[in-house]
Design a protein around this ligand. Structure first.
Ligand SMILES: [Fe+2]
Length: 639
């Protein structure tokens, strides 16, 4: 069937919207005259599933600048014998030859197969699933931070291989990285694996971002995962530029890279083009990605935007450091992060969240789950740890390594004291004398016991002390003050996370408390695995947080330049000196699964060995942690 020029123009206008809505069973495939092959080089994808609809996505590789007609089919079976919907439409450069179809009229809780066709080629077959209206359990894989030149996307392949019981993949952002070849990770990293960023320069324009997404979408592991399970996506900063906030970004220079708003809107346009996200019908609403997904009476999933809509500019550590990069006035920093008018989400989004929590609770839904970008738990560390290299702007590990010596010496000393007091039957008399003993971290408890023993029984103190190695004795004498909070106050480590926006976190937690939400927070961005209690400023537990590791982006061990062998020490010490942290994996790439029922949620973290990151051979994934939490008492149970 030939299209008249008028009909063609009409269709072109229709296709300029980035999504096609289809609700009826109809077939209308147009034969094209062009005999050249139209390849589906970037696979297929599905996303934003609801009980009756799901967004399907593909992209064709154009052979000319002409528009291309594509048809699509949805069936109940992989052989496409039980066809439930089909249609066709035209794609062109207005959407970078990507096609999204919001297929409606589907049954709840059902698996469907889909594919796309041009006149002479067929895409691979994708599998997707609508949400159940009455699920017994809801399971997600939670992913974030895939940096193409930093390593292979083994995580995507592993999740694809284990996708059969997943309801969706939640991708919390950093789906791409905007850097050029000399940016992050360090120059030369991608060359080793033949995974150099395209374009070679940093993404700034519409064409740049399109090329970058095309590169990521050509990765066979990502293609495999998209074809298996629907995605629910959020953007983080790198979909635009590093440490983005409402009016700018750390990695944006207006003078050389132009208007930030133009860059942001280009990046957002491409995000909608290349991801299976349901685009709002109103163009101006495209910036509002916060939205809700309902999973029967088990959970409401609320996706937040902490980047683009309401975020004030991050505080900068360099405003609080001396010339050598040490943090000399920690109180100043803590006062500033607590300023009441610092926003991360903004009032409109907070109001939406309150209303959504309220309706979720009134509907009797057990869990209220936030999917969002940055870590919400309070990761306050001793200020003596903070040191930055003034020349590179990167964290300097030297203070941490000094601290580690003190920490190790005190661990041994404190443990010996504790064992002695237990065997004497006097531990309780010591702990009851120490103010707020139960609220102290593990290392603080040991330090307090040492001080108390020194006062109460100097002979016993000297006896235990004399059993230490000479170097541990010297460390404790010279550097013991580093464990004393009055001389070494705690400060937030990551000013880009919720820790840098204390008042906004308090507003959110107050809302959750007033709505009596059973709050679970899913977080990305940090490149490290976490399980944290989220507490308010009065120390009240208001939520549990699960942080997912990175698909391939380097973690704390690279960010801080930690020497080999110290990685495990770092994560163990973080758990020990940060009260709210229950689990931390700061040195391995991987992902998280969360499985919710009416009674509990089980979270599991899976990782690979460091050596496997840059090796194309598919590695073995190890489950490093399993944690379960009851819906009633919200106590974290390990194992
Ligand atoms: Fe990241």
């Amino acid at each position: 069937m030939q299209l008249s020029r008028r009909a063609l123009l009409k269709l072109l206008v229709a296709s300029s919207a980035s999504i096609v809505v289809s609700s009826g069973l109809q077939g209308c495939v147009f034969a094209a005259n062009d005999e050249s092959r139209i390849a589906f080089d970037y696979g297929v994808a599905s996303g934003d599933p609801l009980t009756d609809r799901v967004v399907l996505w593909t992209r064709v590789t154009p052979t000319s600048e002409d528009p291309i007609r594509l048809s699509w089919e949805v069936a109940e079976d992989e052989a496409f014998l039980q066809l439930v919907n089909s249609d066709s439409t035209i794609v062109d450069n207005q959407t970078d030859y990507t096609l999204k179809v919001d297929v409606m009229g589907l049954e709840a809780g059902k698996t469907y197969f889909y594919r796309f066709k041009s006149n002479n080629d067929t895409s691979l077959i994708g599998q997707t699933k609508t949400l159940s209206s009455n699920p017994q359990n809801v399971k997600f894989a939670v992913l974030s931070c895939a940096n193409y030149p930093a390593g292979f996307f083994h995580v995507y392949r592993e999740v694809a291989n284990n996708a059969s019981d997943l309801d969706a993949v939640i991708h919390l952002g950093d789906y791409i990285y905007e850097y050029g070849i000399d940016g992050y990770p360090e120059a030369g990293t991608g060359e080793v694996m033949n995974r150099v960023h395209e374009p070679l320069h940093e993404c700034v324009t519409l064409a740049d971002y399109r090329q970058r997404y095309a590169q990521y979408h050509s990765d066979p592991d990502l293609i495999a995962l998209h074809a298996k399970v629907p995605f629910i996506c959020l953007w983080d900063d790198h979909e635009i530029a590093n440490d983005a906030y409402t009016d700018g970004a750390e990695n944006h220079t207006e003078l050389t890279e132009g208007d930030f708003l133009a860059r942001k809107m280009a990046a957002i346009q491409v995000w909608y083009e290349w991801l299976p996200v349901r685009a709002p019908l109103i163009e101006d609403d495209k910036i509002k990605t916060y939205r809700q997904f309902k999973f029967g009476s088990i959970l409401s999933l609320m996706l937040l935007d902490t980047r683009v809509i309401g975020r004030d500019q991050q505080l900068n550590y360099f405003d609080y450091l001396d010339a050598e990069g040490n943090l000399t006035e920690p109180e100043l920093l803590v006062n500033d992060v607590r300023e009441a008018d610092r926003n991360l989400m903004g009032d409109t989004q907070l109001n939406w969240l309150q209303q959504t929590l309220q309706s979720s609770k009134s509907e009797g839904v057990v869990w209220q789950v936030l999917g969002q970008q940055v870590l919400m738990g309070r990761i306050y560390v001793p200020s003596s740890l903070i040191r930055f290299n003034p020349e590179t702007g990167r964290p300097d590990p030297r203070n941490f390594l000094v601290y580690s010596e003190v920490y190790i010496a005190f661990q041994t000393f404190g443990e010996n004291i504790k064992m002695q007091l237990i065997s004497d039957g006097t531990l309780a008399s010591y702990t009851s004398d120490i103010d707020g003993f139960d609220g102290l971290t593990d290392i603080e408890q040991k330090t307090a016991l040492a001080s108390a023993l020194k006062l109460k029984d100097p002979d016993l103190y000297e006896m235990i002390f004399s059993n230490l190695s000479p170097s541990d004795q010297q460390t404790i004498i010279e550097l013991g003050y580093l464990l004393d909070r009055s001389q070494n106050p705690y400060v937030p480590y990551n000013l880009d996370a919720w820790d840098g926006y204390d008042a906004e976190r308090e507003r959110l937690l107050d809302i959750a408390n007033s709505e009596q939400a059973n709050l679970v927070v899913l977080s990305g961005d940090s490149h490290n695995g976490w399980c944290n209690y989220v507490t308010d400023n009065n120390g009240m537990q208001r939520a549990i947080e699960f942080g997912t590791g990175a698909v391939s982006s380097p973690g704390l061990e690279v960010d801080m330049g930690i020497p080999g062998g110290y990685e495990v020490f770092i994560q163990n010490s973080i758990v020990s000196f940060v009260k709210d942290v229950e689990y931390c994996n700061s040195a391995q790439r991987g992902y998280l699964t969360v499985d919710f029922t009416e009674n509990n949620v089980v979270s599991e973290w899976f990782v690979i060995e460091r050596e496997a990151e840059k090796n194309p051979v598919f590695p073995v994934f190890e489950r490093t942690k399993r944690i379960s939490i009851s819906a009633i008492d919200k106590v974290i149970v390990h194992g």
